[in-house]
Design a protein around this ligand. Structure first.
Ligand code: AMP
Length: 282
């Protein structure tokens, strides 16, 4: 049986019992409206940790657009069902007051340097500050041995790696591969907000990224980028960015020379929905 907790005290008592039994705790933070991308992280945790805890918390501080927060899908009972079926042990469902008690100062100022001045950081002011704030809080409550996050949010993963370092955290960060629909569209809680016609053209985003990957070694980065921007240039899309970046520093690169790993990342508006995706190129 999966146990549910809404408050910190009861959750921490249970976690202490489990730790005393020598169990390693794996943590999967989410904002709910769960899909197979989230469940694959749960499965990774089940495979490599003893106990899996999933949180569902739609964190207001990481939304830079109020409408996006208001329209964020909320499907907690359905989520609880799929988590239980997947074998999750604990579901943590805190309210806003539990995460940000009104009488406590949970603000957290942290400078991620150039990691946050590009791509998502440049286009969503305050977003990563909110992500860092909420994860710092969750990490202090749960103190997991491992935390599982998706490649789908590549820049977020990189920022969280830097956060764990800054916090001198013992939590091991594990990346889960991006899970896609059959037509290539990266799974996202926001996909349900796409109208049928929008949903049918959305796979052009991942197709463009995979096409870019297929050109590595054959074309220059500027050509690959130019062609990707042309592919995405359809009336339904408003392209926010398409970048080819160093996979570690996240800074744009103009050549693969001396680069250990590189990633193509994009953000596109389609109807009322903002979609992001990325593919590791080398
Ligand atoms: P979210 O609920 O959108 O905050 O996402 C919670 C976690 O699930 C984050 O670590 C995401 O990177 C991860 N995630 C979201 N979509 C996918 C996907 N399609 N494949 C794998 N992981 C994902």
């Amino acid at each position: 049986m999966m146990r549910r907790y809404k408050t910190i005290g009861h959750l921490q008592n249970r976690l202490e019992e489990l730790r005393n039994e020598g169990k390693r705790i794996g943590f999967v933070p989410t904002m709910g409206a769960l899909h197979m991308g989230h469940i694959s992280l749960i499965k990774n945790s089940i495979e490599t940790s003893d106990i899996t805890i999933c949180s569902i918390f739609v964190n207001p501080t990481q939304f830079n657009v109020k409408e996006d927060l208001d329209k964020y899908p909320r499907t907690v009972e359905q989520d609880a069902k799929v988590l239980e079926e997947a074998g999750c042990d604990i579901l943590f469902l805190p309210t806003i007051d539990v995460i940000y008690p009104p009488d406590e100062d949970n603000s957290y100022q942290v400078d991620f340097g150039d990691l946050e001045t590009v791509m998502e950081g440049a286009h969503r002011p305050g977003h990563f500050a909110g992500v860092a704030q909420v994860l710092k809080r969750f990490l202090s409550i749960i103190e997991p041995d491992a935390m599982y996050m998706g490649q789908k949010d590549y820049q977020q993963f990189t920022i969280v790696r830097a956060l764990l370092k800054k916090l001198d955290s013992k939590t091991h960060l594990v990346m889960g591969e991006t899970i896609r629909e059959e037509d290539g569209l990266a799974m996202s809680s926001r996909n349900v907000r796409l109208k049928p016609q929008e949903r049918s053209i959305a796979p052009l985003i991942s197709k463009t990224l995979f096409d870019a990957k297929s050109k590595v070694g054959k074309k220059s980065i500027s050509e690959i980028k130019k062609e990707a921007l042309e592919q995405l240039d359809i009336p339904e899309f408003t392209i926010e960015y398409f970048e080819i970046a160093d996979g570690i520093t996240l800074q744009p690169i103009s050549s693969f020379e001396g680069i250990e790993t590189a990633v193509a990342c994009t953000a596109v508006h389609l109807g009322a929905v903002r979609l992001i995706d990325n593919v590791v190129l080398i």
